[in-house]
Design a protein around this ligand. Sequence first.
Ligand code: SAM
Length: 286
Amino acid sequence: MTNERPGEGPGRVGQVKEITSLSNPIIKDIKALSLKKARDETRTFMAEGLKLVIDALALGWTIRTLVYSKEAKGKPQVDDIAARTVARGGLVLEVSAKVIGAITRRDNPQMVVGIFEQRLTKLDSLRPKQGETHVALDRVRDPGNLGTIIRTADAAGASGVILIGETTDPFSLETVRATMGSVFAVPVIRASQADFLAWRRKADVSIVATHLSGAVDYRTIDYSKKPVVLLMGNEQQGLPDELAQAADALARIPQAGRADSLNLAIATGVMLFEARRHLLSLEARG
Ligand code: SAM
C-alpha cells in the first residue's frame, strides 16, 4: 500500500483519471480495502452501486474516490456524482470493466463504486430519546448477519446499532453489501463491554436483552416506558452473564419445532418490529 489514501495525495485530488491497468498503484490501494488492515489505516471503505453512492452523498458522507466503468460514462446521474466528487476534492476514476470487476471481486460488477470515509458515532454522545429503539449486538461475528441487522434496523425506524466487544467490521465489503445502503442511514456505535455497561448505568434507558431462557415473553414487554435498547447475544455463545445481568428484562421469543434458536438477524428483526408495533399502537391510541 502506498502512503497516500485513496482519493488523497499530491496530484490526486479533484481530478478525473482514466485507468485500464490492474497494476496501477491507485487501483492496488482500492483493492486493498478488501482487507481490514487497509480499511483501518485509511479509515475508508467501499460501497458498490449508483443508488448507494447517490444516497450516501445526499446523506452527507464524504467521498474520497468515485470509480465508474467506461460503459457508465455519459449517464446523467453518473456525470452528476462525478462532478460532485470533484467539487468536494475527491478523485474520479474512469476504468475498464476488468478493473471494476477486480476491485469488487465480482464477475458482474456494479458500474459504480464509491470509496467513503468511515463514520462511527461515539457512545459517550449517545443520549437515546423517548420513543427511540437501539439495537446492541454482543460480539456479532457474521458480516451477513450484521449487514442484515443494520438494514432491518433502518426499515424498523431504529435509531442506531451498538457493537459491543470484538465484532465483525461494519465497513467490510460483505457487511456493506448486506446493508443494501442502510449503513449510510443508521448510526453505528462501537464499544467495549465495560464501556457499554458504564454507559448503561448513566443512560436513562430500558435494556431488553434476548435470551433463550428468558423469563418474559417478548410480546408482553412495554417498549414505551423509556428509550429501549434491544440487547442481542453472540451467534454461538449467546449473551454472557455480565450483559444479561445488566438488563431490565430477559425476553424470550417462544418457538415451535425442533430448532433450538433463531438466527441472530431474524431474532433481531422480530424484536425490532415488535417494539415498533407496540410504539405505533400507542401512538394510534393517542
Ligand atoms: N447457542 C446460542 C445460545 O445458547 O444462546 C444461540 C444464540 S442465537 C443463534 C443468537 C442470539 O439470538 C441469542 O443470543 C439471542 O439474543 C437471540 N435469539 C435467538 N433465538 C431466540 C429466542 N427464541 N428468544 C430470544 N432470543 C433469541
